[in-house]
Design a protein around this ligand. Structure first.
Ligand code: GLU
Length: 309
C-alpha cells in the first residue's frame, strides 16, 4: 500500500472510532436527520493516485462547498468585475451574519459567506432563467467531476426554501443597495438548489482537481481556468473558506479549504492533491469537526501544508 493510502486508511479508522463528533446542522430541518456517525475521505492526487476511506462513496449535501464552483463560474462570466460587487476579505463573522452588511452598505465581505455567495449566484443568474442558471452550475460540476450522475437533493432544497428566512433577509438587504440584480426570490431559489447538490467525497475530490492543477482539467490537460485565477480562488479559500474559523483552519491544516454545513470540506494541496472529507457533526463556527481533525492529521503526515513541512 502506498504512503498516501496507508495514511488515509488509518485516519478513516481513527475518525470512525472517535466519540467527539460535533453537532449536525439543525437550522435546515432535512440536514438535522443525517446520521452523525458517518465519516468519509477521498484524496485524488495530481498524478492520478486515488486513496479513499470510510464512507467515501456516500452522497451528502455539499451546501457551501458549492460556492467554490459558483465563484469559478461567475469569474468566467464577468471576470474581475465580480470584485466590485463582492469583497475578498475574511469576515470574522458567522456565515449568515447580517450586521456587517449594514456597516458596509450591502457589499458582502467575501464570496463564501452566505451574502457573498447569494450575490455571486445572482451574477450567474443574470440574463438567464433560474432553471438555465442551475443547469449551468450542475453541468459545470458534473464536467469537473467527470460524473453525469451528480444531482440535486430536492428534499434538502425544499427544506431550505421553507426555512431560509435569514438568507432572505440578507438578499433583500443587498437588493436595497442594488447589489442583487434579479428578483430576490429567483436568486434565492438558485442558491438554495446549488447548496442542495449531493456529492460523495470521491466525486467532490475529483471536482476539485482543477484547483490543485493550476486550473487544468486532468483529463485533457486543457485549462478550465487560467493558473492565476486558480491561485486566487485558492487564496480566497484559505482566508475565507471556513467563515470565522478560517484562521484556525489555516493554523491547523495549512491548506486552502471550503466547508459546508452538510459537514463536507474540499481542501486543495496545490500541485499535489484535491481532498474531500465528510463528517456531518459541526463545530461552533459551523465547520465539520472531524473533517478538520482528519485534514490536520493528513497534511501533517504527508507534509502538505503550504507553510512548510
Ligand atoms: N445553504 C446554507 C445556508 O445558506 C449554506 C451554509 C453553509 O454551508 O455554510 O445557510
Amino acid at each position: 500500500m502506498s504512503k498516501l493510502q496507508t495514511a488515509v486508511q488509518e485516519i478513516a479508522d481513527e475518525m470512525r472510532a472517535r466519540p467527539d463528533r460535533g453537532e449536525v446542522a439543525h437550522y435546515i430541518p432535512e440536514l438535522a436527520t443525517v446520521d452523525p456517525n458517518q465519516f468519509g475521505i477521498a484524496v485524488v492526487g495530481v498524478d492520478g493516485e486515488v486513496a479513499t476511506g470510510g464512507d467515501f462513496d456516500v452522497p451528502f449535501s455539499i451546501q457551501s462547498v458549492s460556492k467554490v464552483f459558483t465563484l469559478t463560474l461567475a469569474l468566467g462570466k464577468v471576470g474581475d468585475r465580480l470584485w466590485s460587487r463582492v469583497g475578498r476579505e475574511p469576515s470574522g463573522s458567522p456565515f449568515n451574519s447580517v450586521v456587517q452588511l449594514e456597516y458596509e452598505r450591502g457589499k458582502p465581505r467575501n464570496p463564501f459567506i452566505n451574502a457573498g455567495a447569494i450575490a455571486v449566484t445572482d451574477l450567474i443568474l443574470s440574463g438567464h432563467q433560474p432553471r438555465e442558471a442551475l443547469g449551468e452550475i450542475l453541468r459545470f460540476i458534473r464536467f469537473l467531476a467527470d460524473d453525469p450522475s451528480i444531482a440535486i437533493d430536492e428534499n434538502v432544497a425544499a427544506s431550505e426554501q421553507r426555512t431560509g428566512f435569514r438568507n432572505a433577509a440578507l438578499a433583500n438587504y443587498m437588493k436595497s443597495f442594488g447589489v442583487i440584480e434579479n428578483p430576490v426570490e429567483l436568486a434565492l431559489g438558485v442558491y438554495f438548489h446549488q447548496c442542495a447538490i449531493a456529492m460523495s467525497c470521491l466525486q467532490l475530490a475529483r471536482a476539485g482537481r482543477y484547483l490543485a492543477m493550476s486550473g487544468r482539467n486532468p483529463a485533457t490537460g486543457h485549462p478550465v481556468i487560467n493558473a492565476e485565477r486558480a491561485r486566487r480562488i485558492n487564496a480566497v479559500m484559505l482566508t475565507c473558506g471556513h467563515y470565522d474559523g478560517s484562521g484556525e483552519f489555516a493554523y491547523r491544516v495549512g491548506l486552502p479549504g471550503k466547508s459546508g454545513v452538510g459537514g463536507g470540506i474540499l481542501c486543495i494541496a496545490p500541485e499535489k492533491a484535491s481532498v474531500a472529507v465528510w463528517s456531518p457533526g459541526l463545530d461552533a463556527a459551523g465547520n465539520s469537526h472531524l473533517g478538520r481533525v482528519a485534514l490536520e492529521a493528513l497534511t501533517k503526515r504527508m507534509g502538505w501544508s503550504i507553510f512548510g513541512a
